[in-house]
Design a protein around this ligand. Structure first.
Ligand SMILES: [Zn+2]
Length: 316
């Protein structure tokens, strides 16, 4: 019976697609879940939290996927045609998603979760990068609060009958984000001040640094598509040596050879620096783990940074 109903609904959707371009995107949802597609896995997590039982979420990008480079396949497009909407991280950041978004936009809502962020809160991109702003907004939890409101609004617009449910889920989630924001602030404040320098191989942490009081030095362009130069490596090695920074960090979506070159260059300047571990940047961790959620990803990064930068001098 359920299968029959689903087949009938699919037939109707197909018919609507043939006769009218936007009609299928505005029919009432009724009792069925809202079907949405998401891009990165922490957007998937946030949409799942706000949508709750009312929303069926399909994420395109799993852990370890670099959204700067991700290309949607023809299969992705076909699989997502029947959905009600898609949440993405912005056409700039997920540059190769543009064709998919254009096609889906004919029949469903397409929403960049960053759309409502005030322009003045956005940072400039790294030098030499074509993007209009630094896309890594999720590392400022207060910006992610706005992203969460945007998601709730879009779901409520598409499914007004369940707006109250989305609002309640949003409020619960915002409480959790406020707690997370305090946690990160308090933890970072425990690091000795001169050591509050975060060195990574990818400029993903400018928003994090601005919000939580860390200097940030990347040795690669803001997009993983850019490669580090020898001059970049030497400039950062000099900083590490002068501030006595005991650890640097590699990330899940970036190769580690650049970091190895940095450690060698710091050693030539008499500084002992270790790899503090792998931070999450453009993707959260595995599904079903704490780190697979937005909140867990931020906590894991914070704990790793604090442990690495607070470690005792190894006498370099
Ligand atoms: Zn990135």
């Amino acid at each position: 019976m359920r299968a029959l109903l689903a087949a009938a609904a699919a037939g109707l959707a197909l018919l609507a697609g043939c006769t009218s371009t936007a009609a299928s995107g505005s029919e009432p949802i009724g009792d069925r879940p809202v079907r949405v597609t998401t891009t990165t896995n922490f957007i998937t997590d946030t949409v799942s939290r706000i949508g709750g039982d009312a929303v069926e979420v399909t994420g395109l990008m799993g852990p370890g996927v670099d959204p700067h480079l991700y290309t949607a396949s023809a299969g992705d497009v076909d699989a997502r045609r029947g959905a009600d909407g898609i949440f993405n991280g912005g056409r700039e950041r997920e540059g190769k998603m543009a064709d998919l978004l254009d096609q889906l936009e004919e029949t469903q809502f397409v929403r960049a979760v960053t759309d409502d962020l005030p322009r003045e809160d956005l940072l400039e991109p790294a030098p030499g990068v074509a993007e209009q702003y630094d896309p890594h907004v999720w590392f400022d939890v207060t910006l992610w609060e706005q992203v969460s409101r945007t998601i709730a609004t879009a779901l409520s617009e598409r499914d007004p009958a369940r707006a109250g449910e989305y609002q309640a889920n949003l409020e619960t989630y915002l409480d959790e984000l406020a707690e997370l924001d305090s946690y990160v602030s308090e933890q970072i404040a425990t690091i000795p001040e001169e050591r509050r320098l975060l060195v990574t191989s990818h400029d993903a942490f400018e928003y994090f640094g601005r919000r939580y009081g860390l200097d940030v030095a990347g040795i690669q362009g803001i997009s993983t598509a850019a490669e580090a130069t020898t001059a970049d490596v030497e400039r950062v090695a000099e900083l590490i040596a002068s501030r006595g920074v005991p650890a640097v960090f590699v990330e899940s979506s970036v190769p580690r050879q650049t970091i190895d070159a940095l450690i060698a260059s710091a050693a030539q300047r008499g500084a002992t620096v270790v790899v503090g571990g792998e931070l999450y940047t453009d993707a959260a961790g595995d599904p079903g783990t704490d780190e697979g959620t937005y909140v867990g990803m931020l906590r894991a990064n914070t704990d790793l940074i604090v442990a690495g930068l607070s470690r005792p001098d190894s006498g370099g």
